[in-house]
Design a protein around this ligand. Structure first.
Ligand code: HEM
Length: 450
């Protein structure tokens, strides 16, 4: 006989709003506090929505491994849907399964191997514009660079000038809109003509024009570059029908968003952590000098760039770009002996799990060395999951890891980035975990390795 969630202790909230105010004002702090102060499941209430925070790895693992039972039908995912529509990230059931099958080949190891050259080339182009002593917002640089790489590799488009700016601006507004929705406990207030709602609607329209123009161009072109866009255009249902332009728009928007925002954030936090930890930075420089000397990295170097990879893993542990995930059961079910009613929002947070002293020694310290002995394999499932897990694990995981290592190696080989003093380096928990006011650095072109 399953137990009732009511039996579990929970953080006191206000009579009307429940835990909304605490969550909205400091989601990272609130979730961390709940995981530390209460039991394995923590019932929560956000105004009218009931939720439950999972803090046991085996529960998280069970939820991630059963996407048919635990779906993404939650307010937070609905908010993401307003931006990306019914693309791979947000669709469900047979439709998602078909789209995933169809898109998978583009992410096969051999295929993404070919993208390595573009990643390094685009990074070198960016470096050519940097002068010794320059002050830069490295977060903006990473956003621009990863956007250019994802559109070139997946859609064979050089996204520059106005189009790139349109996408960047839409994302800025979308993040602001998403943060404001979280603060309203995801109440469906999107219809109200508030300033931010209006700006968001306008930004979506402008971005749609850019994406539809890209689709149109390809419809008219005779070339078949064999990229993801060609694959999607050629895909046919059993009845011979093809994807509508609306569906193509959703998939393209999804991959542009998922394919650059996350990696850019991960790399931004890497630069901050390196600047704060000079011993790690020097060790990285030595690895790059030993493995690469003066030549640019290639795919073949990846197995030797072990410390570089450990830095990425460690930064993803401390600053997971998707800091919290959510699912909801389609029917009443049992989880760890508790009855979970259909529709209950289940929250679980990489931020919380990755910083737990139960699984990581000195959890708040940046220690890439902890990944030396294949720690990832030794950890229980559901502890370290920056890319999610189960059938809906990030489709771009290998792409992203390869990109992060190549970009880090290419830049760190040539430059050292130093943080400007007196800046607040606060993570803003929006749709992703972004640095709230960017990360401002001074560039020192490398002459010798320390
Ligand atoms: C450091 C970089 C990245 C991180 C941390 C990351 C993280 C994640 C996570 C946590 C999920 C699962 C969400 C959930 O289950 O609720 C996910 C899904 C997804 N990611 Fe990534 N991602 C990254 C890069 C990329 C890249 C480069 C691409 C594409 C080029 C991509 C495409 C996708 C797609 C399509 C999904 C949806 C998969 C599905 O539901 O079938 N991601 N990502």
């Amino acid at each position: 006989m399953s137990k009732d969630l009511h039996q579990l202790s929970r953080p006191k909230g206000s009579l009307l709003f429940g835990n909304t105010v605490d969550f909205a004002s400091d989601p990272l702090g609130f979730l961390t506090h709940c995981a530390q102060a209460y039991e394995e499941m923590v019932p929560l209430r956000f105004l009218f929505s009931r939720a439950c925070l999972l803090t046991q790895p085996e529960h998280i693992d069970q939820v991630l491994k059963q996407p048919e039972l635990f779906t993404k039908n939650t307010p937070a995912w609905q908010a993401v849907r307003s931006l990306v529509g019914d693309g791979l990230l947000t669709s469900e059931g047979a439709f998602w399964s078909r789209q995933r099958r169809l898109t998978q080949p583009v992410f096969h190891q051999q295929r993404i191997a070919a993208y390595g050259e573009t990643m390094v080339l685009y990074t070198e182009r960016l470096l050519q514009t940097w002068q010794d002593g320059d002050v830069r917002d490295i977060h903006q640089d990473m956003m621009q660079l990863t956007l250019n790489i994802v559109t070139k590799t997946l859609f064979n488009v050089d996204m520059s000038g106005v189009a790139a700016q349109t996408i960047a601006q839409t994302l800025e507004v979308a993040m602001e809109w998403f943060t404001s929705r979280r603060k309203q406990a995801f109440l469906p207030l999107t219809g109200l003509p508030t300033a931010i709602n209006r700006r968001y609607k306008q930004a979506l329209q402008t971005m749609d024009q850019t994406i539809y123009a890209l689709i149109q161009q390809r419809h008219q072109s005779k070339d078949d570059p064999g990229d993801l866009l060609s694959l999607l255009l050629q895909a046919q249902d059993e009845d011979g029908s093809r994807m509508s332009d609306r569906q193509l728009r959703d998939e393209l928007t999804t991959l542009i968003l998922a394919g650059h925002e996350t990696t850019a954030n991960a790399l931004s936090w890497v630069w901050m952590l390196l600047a704060q930890n000079p011993a790690v930075e020097s060790k990285l420089a030595r690895e790059l000098q030993t493995v690469l000397g003066d030549r640019a990295p290639t795919l073949a170097d990846l197995p030797q760039l072990r410390y570089t990879e450990q830095i990425i893993k460690e930064a993803l542990r401390l600053y997971p770009p998707l800091f919290s995930l959510a699912r909801s059961p389609v029917r009443d079910c049992d989880l760890a002996g508790y009855r979970i009613p259909a529709g209950r929002i289940l929250l679980f947070s990489p931020w919380v799990m990755h910083r737990s002293a139960r699984y990581f020694a000195e959890p708040l310290q940046f220690q890439p060395e902890r990944w030396e002995q294949d720690l990832e394999k030794q950890l229980p499932k559901g502890v370290y999951f920056p890319f999610g897990d189960g059938p809906r694990v990030c489709m771009g995981k290998s792409f992203a890891l390869m990109e992060a290592v190549l970009l880090l190696a290419t830049i760190a080989q040539k430059c050292q980035l130093m943080l400007l003093p007196d800046q607040q380096l606060t993570p803003l928990p929006s749709m992703t975990l972004r640095p709230q006011t960017g990360i401002h650095v001074r560039v020192a072109k490398r002459t010798t390795v320390n």
